[in-house]
Each structure stands twice: as structure tokens, then as C-alpha cells.
Design a protein around this ligand. Structure first.
Ligand code: SF4
Length: 351
């Protein structure tokens, strides 16, 4: 893996993005921002599964004003997602947004951007220049590739912000097409010192979207590119946060909660290993300490295959062996599989 690209850290509320800070996992609410109660509830669900930054859509003034009461009910920093109308950004700042996302494809007039930048600077609020392949400004040179146009759109707005002596900048260049996205990020990574928010836009439902996002985000992280990630999914945003951490855990870039090792099952398994692994996975969502947990379909190979797991269960017909670091510690009946395993896990993680 390439060493992480050096970037200039910025502060979004209490969360640092860039520099040596851990790669931040973020998501976006799917509630109507004007519905303060539902939005607070969804952000709290995201906080529970480890989300570190959350973005809210700000389609009108009422949504911008709602940021103020929403902030009072949650503890993670809030980023206002602004399109088309610069006045929404000004109101979001007044309402206490910790960060702004602007799209150069729909707010590009220098005088309007200048007003936003001045107000953000007064409050030390960072701005993400969020370029999206689907809403690019008109290309100056039609021969440019989409990736080049994305980079150009970002650089133009970066230059404007820099000319206003503003450097609390974060940048994203998202497309649905993974190679285009990778090309755009690789290109801009060498040109600017600012932290990069990486993701694949409109990636799809969990089945396909997690794969598409993982291919794009992991390739970039492997190249050392990326300071914060968002997995975009057509699903509850909790799934985005879980997928984000799984990507970081898979690359050993962050530890967050348990890692579940489960065998694929084969003709040797005598229990419904898919159902068991799903039940354990659901229970593990509440555990925040790092721990490797194994769910194996048979006692023949189970403990051996998962010997580096901290704790595991290897099932036989109607009974299972519990093992720690590959060593047997007890036998349980099928009806107690999940309860017994979770009891051990809770003891190990409560220390
Ligand atoms: S652990 Fe046992 S049941 Fe699971 S895949 Fe391996 S041999 Fe098959």
C-alpha cells in the first residue's frame, strides 16, 4: 500500500480531517431536514454505529434554519449540503453548520461564492468543493475527458477560494464510473494540499453499491488517497457507515468494533450457518471494541481455520464447541449458540 498522501488538516467541529488524523467515516441523512425530530433520530442512529460526520440536504431556507435545533439534539458535526442558492449557505452558517459542501456545477458566480467564503471564514467553517460528474460546469475545452473536467471545475473554485485567503478546503470528485473517479482523484491529489473526501456517487443498492464503492474507495486508499470516506447507498445510511468501516478494517487502516470471520459453509455443515452468522453479525453491531469473532460450520476444520480469532464457535450436529484463540473452552447446545457466544464476547469486551 502506498503511504498516505500528506494533506493539510482541517477541523470540522471537533473532528479533524486530513493530516495524520484517522480516515473519517461519514454519511448523509435521508430524512426531510425540515423534519427536525426525524432528522435528529436518524443522526443518533448513525452516531450509535460510529458515524463521525453527517451531511444534511439543505433544499430551502426552512431546512437551513432547522440546522440550529438539529445541532442541539446530536453530538457529531453537521455539514450543510448546498446547491444552486448561495443564500442557503449563508443561513446554514448562521444556524451553526460545522461545514459546508458547495457544488461548483451550480454555484460558480464569483460574487456569490465570495459572500459564502467571507461568512465561512468569520466562523472558521471549512468548505468542501464537491464536484459531481453529473453536474459539471460547461467545459472550457470540450476535448477534456470527464475526469479532466472534474479536476478543472475543482481547481477553478479552489483558486477563487485561495484568492480570498481561504484555505479551510476539502475536495471531492465523484462519478458513478469507478475508473473516471480514480483518474480524477489521482490527478488532483498531486496538485493540491487539501484533504480529499472520497466516494463513488449514486453507487446503487447495497448488493451492487457496496461492491462498486469498495472497488473505488479501496483502490484510492491503497494509492494513499483519501482522508474521509462516504459510501453512497440506496439504503438506510447506517449501511453506509457499516460499509465504510468494513472497507477501512479490511485495509487495516482503522479498527472499529469486531471483525466477523464466518466460513462459507459446505456439505460438512450440520447447522444453518448463514442464519447463525447473520444473527451474530446483528448482535456484534452493538460492540465497539475491536475483536475477531469466528462462526464456523464444523468442528473438524472450524477452530483450526479460525485459530487467530479471539473467540469463536464451531458447530456440530445439535451442539457446538466454543473456542478462544483456537483452544476449546466449552460445549453448548444449538438453542444456546448465539446467547453463549455473546455472553463470552460481552465478558471479554467489558474489561
Ligand atoms: S468450517 Fe467446516 S463447514 Fe465451514 S466451510 Fe470449512 S469445512 Fe465446511
Amino acid at each position: 500500500m502506498n503511504p498516505r498522501r500528506k494533506s493539510k488538516p482541517i477541523q470540522i467541529g471537533r473532528v479533524t480531517v486530513g493530516g495524520d488524523a484517522p480516515i473519517v467515516v461519514q454519511s448523509m441523512t435521508k430524512t426531510d431536514t425540515r423534519d427536525v425530530r426525524s432528522t435528529i433520530d436518524q443522526i443518533r442512529e448513525l452516531e450509535e454505529c460510529g458515524c463521525e460526520l453527517v451531511r444534511l440536504a439543505v433544499p430551502d431556507m426552512e431546512a437551513a434554519e432547522a440546522i440550529s435545533p438539529i445541532k442541539k439534539g446530536v453530538s457529531i458535526p453537521i455539514i450543510a449540503d448546498i446547491h444552486f442558492d448561495y443564500r442557503l449557505a449563508l443561513m446554514a452558517l448562521v444556524a451553526g453548520a460545522d461545514g459546508l459542501r458547495l457544488n461548483p456545477g451550480n454555484i460558480s458566480q464569483p460574487e456569490k461564492v465570495t459572500k459564502i467564503v467571507k461568512a465561512a471564514k468569520e466562523r472558521s467553517v471549512p468548505i468542501r468543493i464537491g464536484v459531481n460528474a453529473g453536474s459539471l460546469p460547461k467545459a472550457k475545452n470540450p476535448k477534456m475527458t470527464i475526469a479532466e473536467q472534474m479536476v478543472e471545475a475543482a481547481l477553478e473554485q479552489i483558486r477563487l477560494l485561495e484568492s480570498l485567503d481561504f484555505d479551510l478546503i476539502k475536495v471531492s470528485l465523484k462519478a458513478f464510473d469507478v475508473p473516471t473517479t480514480i483518474e480524477a482523484y489521482q490527478n488532483i491529489a498531486q496538485k493540491i494540499p487539501y484533504p480529499l473526501h472520497v466516494g463513488i456517487t449514486e453507487a446503487g443498492t447495497p448488493r451492487t453499491g457496496i461492491i462498486r464503492s469498495t472497488v473505488g474507495i479501496s483502490t484510492l486508499l491503497w494509492l494513499g488517497i483519501g482522508d474521509t470516506i462516504r459510501v453512497s447507498l440506496t439504503a438506510h445510511p447506517r449501511e453506509e457507515v457499516i460499509a465504510g468501516y468494513e472497507i477501512l478494517k479490511s485495509l487495516n487502516l482503522r479498527q472499529h468494533g469486531p471483525i466477523l470471520v464466518s466460513c462459507p459453509a459446505c456439505g460438512r455443515a450440520e447447522v444453518d450457518i448463514v442464519k447463525l452468522a447473520q444473527a451474530v453479525e446483528e448482535k456484534l453491531l452493538k460492540i465497539t471494541k475491536p475483536l475477531k469473532v469466528a462462526v464456523m460450520g464444523c468442528v473438524v476444520n472450524g477452530p483450526g481455520e479460525a485459530k487467530d480469532a479471539d473467540i469463536g464457535i464451531a458447530c456440530g450436529k445439535g451442539r457446538a464447541v466454543l473456542f478462544k484463540k483456537g483452544k476449546k473452552i466449552g460445549v453448548v447446545d444449538e438453542k444456546d449458540f448465539v446467547v453463549a457466544l455473546m455472553r463470552e464476547i460481552e465478558t471479554m469486551t467489558s474489561k
